[in-house]
Design a protein around this ligand. Structure first.
Ligand SMILES: Nc1ncnc2c1ncn2[C@@H]1O[C@H](COP(=O)(O)OP(=O)(O)OP(=O)(O)O)[C@@H](O)[C@H]1O
Ligand SMILES: [Mg+2]
Length: 928
């Protein structure tokens, strides 16, 4: 090979592509050096993606290579491509943690587990499987025709490729179109060959001498597409070629190539054409199936001779087309009747025991009209796909079963089922289309209510909580006379959605929901925890705190004790947690959330994770345990990033506000305000204003804190965020000389503490009342606040009571007493890590005449945040696999980060971690 631009690529000699080959070689080198890489090669049909992948595989002979390929077919078989890729590695399954191993066994049909595995758990399992295999030596995964991957495989592989880090694994995909599931990965866009290379390729394909002008014209028309260059001139005479291909018409290049394949087909004997059609209709490439079906159709073995000679199809261990466009040309050219006959023959030779789903699909494709038997088969296939977590596959089966159903009521029922499956698969447009189809038929009342409910759920998942809440409300009303239990569940969901809509909802949504829920029929069974919860929350809004408290207490204690079971626990724990906060019951709140996180973790139900984790982060911050808060928040970040969730980062915003570094907190708060406004999440917006108020109160900028607090307290519904904002408003108002505002705030706060005996509520209230009092009364109230708050776990609240008391004492001129309080405040705040408040205490202390050094916060700039995170978890005793599972990385990546941490901290084992890590953010207390 003298031409420097020619390289061997698989069976062919590649022309050009020097730069692209260098990129691929770079990937192999990196993988050999122990690093991970991912790449998506993109380009139009025939441009040379598969040829480049072949080159890659050939250049990787010293590495382990596994391959998979997407297949064009209307049939969606969940995890088919993933199974292809992982099949040679399944002997390593035993090395995975049990839940991950079980998840993979279920999706590959090796075990019939009951629980549908969460797709992120599957992703984590595959990541770990690849990582395990790569322990033995670098691994390269090659996935061709990614545009045809089944959705479940595409999602999993995209997830894995994004989360590779310190493992010698390369993943290279080829795809015609950009696919959503692979977004975020590095792209290599493949264009046509350069003129010289294109001309050389053309002359190699055409045995005739072509004049330069003709060559140029053909190269221009094909835009250097190698397949077009090889295929289009076939069989043309010199005279015909001289006119070029006349591609300037409307037809696309691949349309032209397909047409050329079709012309070649037409010249084949009839039997050979039918054999090609059998192969095109059979997505697996199994020669036994193809020959079996051919035999059914009376096609003899000799039919293969012509197709193989023509180079259109190879039948070996697998049946492979010369090019994917041949398959589409063959299938597209066949008549509807011929296709049906071929699918019927394929169904007959497909085993119903070992492969019922493919059989059902072929039968469906063979059906010429409604066919109840096949529709039932498809429903069964859908149920199987569903059980394996193949929601998109289930949706496809159900959708087809709708088409085969004649009886209108059943048809509507199946359309609803298919719409539900599409919602779960995230295919909202298909879901809405099926809903419309269902509604066009004659729906009975219950079906109509189900349709409403579905529409509302689509809204909640994809749109604004306000609309969703309104729709859930109307669905619940309709359900009342049909299914009381479902109606009440729907009311509870509507209530939850209304809380999220918050002040951005038009009118008084939550009151509407609450009134309707109160008027709804009571359950026929003895009320269970969700019933108590619904009744209590509705009462809270319509009759107030005192009336609701007894019911809420019972509901909270049922959720806290875990009596509600997994499904209800996952679904409504966050609402129950809200009820606990309304009751000022910190311990129950924390326990409910802890249970919810554990449930979600055990079930691998990551959809519930963001809300549960962010509540856990808030609870840790309120306790003053900023290290735990930071670690929970990091887990939240890992989950939301891995799942592309847009759930607001409540935990991080609160931690930043309480730490009080202005620039950092401001940026997070502003982003939260923007996002919440755009998404119509009133609760998140209100919360962001509250965080602003905390930040500015810490910084002692009361004039800035006041309007922020007012924004948080002025919106309905008054559930928890507005109540938490009242003490901020009172402090800011009192310090800005707005006594009237402060007094109003106090009056409102008292409404929410009325009837409770919780020290949290009464301590904060006493502190606020003290701010507005004088003399002995004030002093007694500060004492009470400190007393009560000392009995809670809420150290930040207690520290702030010492601070306010100290500030008051100084203004009273009692310097010695003031110093004692202020020192306590400064030390506590410093240890917690509330830097702004600690600084406020320090300034006050200075003003008493005490000489104080400015303390610097001890930080470890040399550890990256992920390193610090991992080091902390390791220091807390978590194993590498446990840390890996929390942060969605492989144990190997954890190990890799830890090694760096050890070097940076100068320690040799994880035992040394606890001592070597700095105190989280706090300042060790130093007595002056
Ligand atoms: N650089 C090249 N030099 C010579 N031949 C090439 C080159 N690139 C591709 N070919 C040939 O062109 C044809 C089409 O290429 P290939 O099958 O790789 O396209 P593709 O991008 O994978 O198309 P599709 O999207 O349809 O799968 C093949 O026969 C291949 O051998
Ligand atoms: Mg290809």
């Amino acid at each position: 090979m003298n031409d420097p631009h020619q390289v061997r690529g698989g069976r062919i000699t590649l022309r050009g592509r020097g730069a692209e080959c260098a990129v691929l070689e770079g990937i192999l080198d990196a993988v050999r050096a122990g690093e991970s890489r991912a790449l998506v090669v993109r380009g139009e049909p025939g441009v040379g993606k598969s040829a480049l992948l072949d080159y890659l595989v050939e250049a990787a002979t010293d590495l382990r290579v596994v391959r998979a390929v997407g297949v064009e077919s209307e049939m969606e078989l969940a995890f088919a491509a993933l199974h292809q890729l992982c099949a040679p590695m399944l002997d390593r399954l035993d090395g995975l943690p049990a839940p991950q191993r079980e998840a993979l066994r279920i999706v590959f049909g090796l075990s019939s587990g009951v629980a549908q595995p969460d797709r992120f758990l599957v992703g984590l399992a595959v990541l770990n499987l690849l990582s395990e295999v790569a322990e033995e030596g670098p691994l390269v995964c090659v996935v061709d025709d990614a545009q045809w991957l089944d959705q479940a495989s595409a999602q999993t592989l995209g997830f894995v490729a994004r989360r590779l880090w310190a493992e010698p694994v390369g993943m290279v995909f080829a795809s015609r179109e950009p696919c959503d599931e692979l977004r975020g990965l590095r792209d290599l866009e493949l264009g046509g060959l350069r003129d010289g290379d294109a001309r050389a390729l053309l002359s190699s394909a055409v045995q005739l001498f072509l004049d330069k002008r003709v060559c140029d014209r053909i190269v221009a028309e094909t835009r250097g597409n190698p397949l077009a260059l090889l295929e289009l001139p076939r069989g043309l005479t010199q005279a015909q070629l001289a006119g070029g291909f006349g591609l300037l018409g409307a037809q696309t290049l691949s349309g032209r190539i397909e047409e050329s394949f079709r012309r070649r087909l037409a010249d084949l004997p009839c039997e050979s054409q039918r054999l090609l059609l059998v192969a095109a209709a059979e997505p697996v490439g199994d020669p036994l199936l193809v020959w079996g079906a051919a035999e059914q159709l009376g096609i003899g073995v000799s039919a293969a001779v012509a197709v193989e000679k023509e180079g259109l199809l190879a039948i070996g261990e697998r049946v492979t087309f010369r090019h994917p466009l041949v398959r589409s040309a063959v299938y597209g050219a066949a008549s509807v009747e011929d296709r049906r006959a071929v699918h019927l023959a394929l169904a007959e030779v497909t085993q119903s025991e070992s492969d019922p789903d493919r059989r059902a699909w072929h039968l469906a494709a063979a059906a010429s009209g409604p066919d109840e038997e096949v529709a039932i088969e498809l429903e069964r296939s859908a149920a199987r796909a569903q059980a394996r977590g193949g929601v998109a596959a289930a949706a496809a089966f159900l959708q087809r079963s709708v088409e085969l159903t004649r009886e209108p009521a059943r048809r509507a029922d199946r359309a609803l089922g298919a719409a539900e499956a599409n919602l779960r698969a995230g295919a909202f447009d298909d879901a809405l289309r099926l809903l419309a189809a269902a509604e066009a038929g004659a729906l009975d009342e219950l079906q109509r209510a189900r349709a409403d409910l579905l529409r509302a759920q689509i809204k909640f998942t994809s749109g604004s909580p306000t609309d969703a809440s309104l729709m859930l409300l109307s669905a619940a009303r309709r359900l009342e006379s049909l299914n009381v239990e479902l109606a009440r569940k729907t009311y509870l969901d509507a209530w939850g959605a209304a809380v999220h809509a918050g002040g951005l909802a038009a009118g008084d949504l939550i009151s509407d929901v609450s009134r309707a829920a109160r008027a709804a029929p009571q359950p026929t069974h003895t009320p269970q925890a969700p019933d108590l919860l619904l009744d209590g929350l509705a009462l809270l809004i319509t009759e107030g705190h005192a009336a609701a408290a007894p019911l809420l207490r019972r509901a909270v204690s049922a959720f806290r004790g875990g009596e509600v079971g997994i499904e209800k626990g996952l679904q409504w724990s966050s609402v129950a947690a809200t009820a606990a906060v309304v009751l000022w019951d910190f311990e129950s709140w924390r326990d409910i959330v802890t249970v919810q996180v554990e449930l979600a973790r055990d079930a691998g139900a990551l959809g519930f994770f963001p809300l549960a984790l962010s509540t856990q982060g808030i609870a840790a911050t309120l306790r003053g345990d900023f290290a735990t808060a930071a670690s929970v928040n990091a887990e939240f970040d890992a989950v939301t990033e891995a799942t592309s969730s847009r759930f607001p980062p409540y935990g991080s915003v609160m931690l930043a506000a309480c730490r009080g570094r202005e620039a950092e907190a401001r940026a997070l708060i502003d982003a939260a305000i923007r996002d919440a406004t755009a998404a119509g999440q009133g609760l998140a917006l209100q919360y962001a204003h509250l965080m602003s108020a905390i930040l500015y109160n810490g910084l002692g900028r009361y004039h800035d804190a006041l309007p922020a607090a007012q924004q948080a307290t002025s919106v309905r519904p008054e559930i928890h965020v507005s109540v938490w904002a009242l003490p901020e408003e009172i402090e800011a108002a009192a310090r800005s000389g707005e006594a009237r505002l402060a007094a109003d705030g106090l009056e409102r706060l008292a409404e929410f503490t009325n009837g409770t005996e919780a020290d949290w509520a009464l301590g904060v209230e006493a502190r606020c009342r003290a701010l507005l009092s004088k003399g002995e009364v004030a002093e007694r109230l500060y004492g009470e606040a400190i007393d009560r708050l000392s009995r809670t776990r809420l150290r930040p609240e207690l520290a702030r009571a010492h601070l306010l008391y100290g500030e008051w004492l100084r203004r009273e001129g009692r310097r010695i007493d003031a110093r004692a309080q202020l020192r306590t405040a400064r030390d506590m705040l410093g240890v917690i890590g509330m830097e702004a408040f600690a600084e406020r205490a320090r300034r006050e202390l200075l003003a008493t005449g005490e000489k104080v050094r400015k303390r610097t916060v001890e930080t470890r700039d040399d550890l990256t945040s992920q390193e610090e995170q991992i080091a902390r978890m390791a220091g807390d005793g978590l194993s590498n696999p446990e840390i890996a599972a929390r942060l969605f990385i492989s144990p190997r990546t954890v190990e890799w980060h830890l090694r760096k941490v050890f070097t940076k901290l100068g320690i040799s084992s994880r035992r040394g971690l606890r001592g070597a890590l700095p105190r989280p953010l706090g300042v060790p207390a130093l007595r002056p």
